[in-house]
Design a protein around this ligand. Sequence first.
Ligand SMILES: Cc1cc2nc3c(=O)[nH]c(=O)nc-3n(C[C@H](O)[C@H](O)[C@H](O)COP(=O)(O)OP(=O)(O)OC[C@H]3O[C@@H](n4cnc5c(N)ncnc54)[C@H](O)[C@@H]3O)c2cc1C
Ligand code: FES
Ligand code: FES
Length: 491
Amino acid sequence: MDKAGRDTIRFLLGHEPRALAGADPTQTVLEYLRGTEGLRGTKEGCAEGDCGACTVVLGTEGPDGVAYKAVNACILFVPALDGKQLITVEHLRGSDGSLHPVQRTMVDLHGSQCGFCTPGFVMSLFALYHAHDCTDGTLDRAEIDRALAGNLCRCTGYRPIIAAAAQACAGPAADAFSVAQGSVLARLAAMRAPEMLTLEFDGRRFYAPTTVDQLADLFTRYPKAVILAGGTDVGLWVTKQHRSLDVVISLEAVAGLSNVEQTDTHLRIGAGASYEAALDVLGAAYPDMGALIRRIGARQVRNRGTIGGNVANGSPIGDTMPALIALGALVVLRQGGEQRSLALEDLYLDYRRTAMQPGEFVERIDVPLPRPGVRFAAYKVSKRPEQDISAVCAGFRLELEDSRVRDIRIGLGGVAATPLRAVSVEAVLKGNAWSEATVRAGMAEMDRAIAPISDMRSTAAYRSVIARNLLHKFFLETTPHAARTRLEVPA
Ligand SMILES: Cc1cc2nc3c(=O)[nH]c(=O)nc-3n(C[C@H](O)[C@H](O)[C@H](O)COP(=O)(O)OP(=O)(O)OC[C@H]3O[C@@H](n4cnc5c(N)ncnc54)[C@H](O)[C@@H]3O)c2cc1C
Ligand code: FES
Ligand code: FES
């Protein structure tokens, strides 16, 4: 063990303190609950973040008391529990044995049949029950859908579950957890330790540095280490690919790395900021960016997954990069004491190969603030609105001057080995009238700019058509038109 560290993970399991020494750093919380604690209410369905059967809630210090976030226990590693409250379906029952309001309503409204999915739904509802603060007794249907999109049920057809959500989660929270918030916060604060969590297990190591400098030093020492942000990609390397991770450096405890800040010119998205943490600010600046983020995975994934992880992972079908490339985002990299920034498109060299050097990591992403007159749109084309990987994703940013294209930036995903800036298409459009004829010329160039492949999500031909048509759709949306270009997906 590193001499500067501590080797004990401390957290609250429900309301009971736990101190895990010598833990396996890539054991999942699901394995820990079912195997070590014998708490088998939390189920395993897919073991990859898709079905929600394993949903548990993490309580942390939030702006207004304890913030309760639904997460997938199947892809969450145990060290992520450090300093948090872990709540499972077993903890909801009152001391007198009574059911929690969300459980009671699920029973009353017949929200469960075989019951396999039910603990996961109940935990998503528990998070909604606490997140929602409305006193008029109503709850927006879109908010219910968002809260439950990450939970699959094969039996009920969802109608009774949605009805249970509307009935149980409207109105202010008033359960035993609300009453205990003060003491939970005090107990979590008492668990906080300044030393870095450092684990060694079976020859494998895990570090949770607490400052960016510490992180930079560690990554210089262990340049082959796996950086762990939300773990919504890395978790699957362990649960699905059965990879053994020799050295893991977690971003979880790095002070300031999860901040989302605004300067005079940019939004600065810290590499550790979750999608949900960045959503409001990015969505306020660029509504389409908010809509795009809401279509990434589902709430459980967005509560953990980060834009930094998406960008660093560099998947050609990652959803944020096309929009960020179109917006002219910069990725700020850090290696030891050195910092440099790159245009995001320049980060990607080849399939899953980036310009990051050994020991270099993403510190933040700088997104230019909107400017008057600049139009931006982002589109994700996938078979389902939620919990689906895109066939094609695209971002467009347009500046017109006297109806001519002063500047245009086009980012694309799913059409090449890397996220792509369609520079040659931009060149065809720039300086010309923003007209049907110009856009048709751009669409013709699109085929030369991209190199899509066929896979299980779509054919290469479909991807080509979509990429061309998204440019046309953007044209329609930025000019007076009669066509309906969007489904009314609730914001
Ligand atoms: C059920 C499910 C649904 C999903 N849906 C979508 C979707 O709709 N769209 C989409 O784009 N993705 C989706 N994903 C993939 C994943 O959620 C995203 O790629 C996410 O942004 C990854 O972020 P993370 O913080 O979890 O990264 P992690 O899993 O922690 O890390 C991902 C990779 O990036 C590296 N890394 C992380 N942070 C840094 C850093 N700061 N510097 C250097 N390297 C770093 C890691 O070492 C690893 O290689 C989904 C995943 C799941 C499980
Ligand atoms: S078991 Fe399916 S999301 Fe975790
Ligand atoms: S009640 Fe059977 S899967 Fe939902």
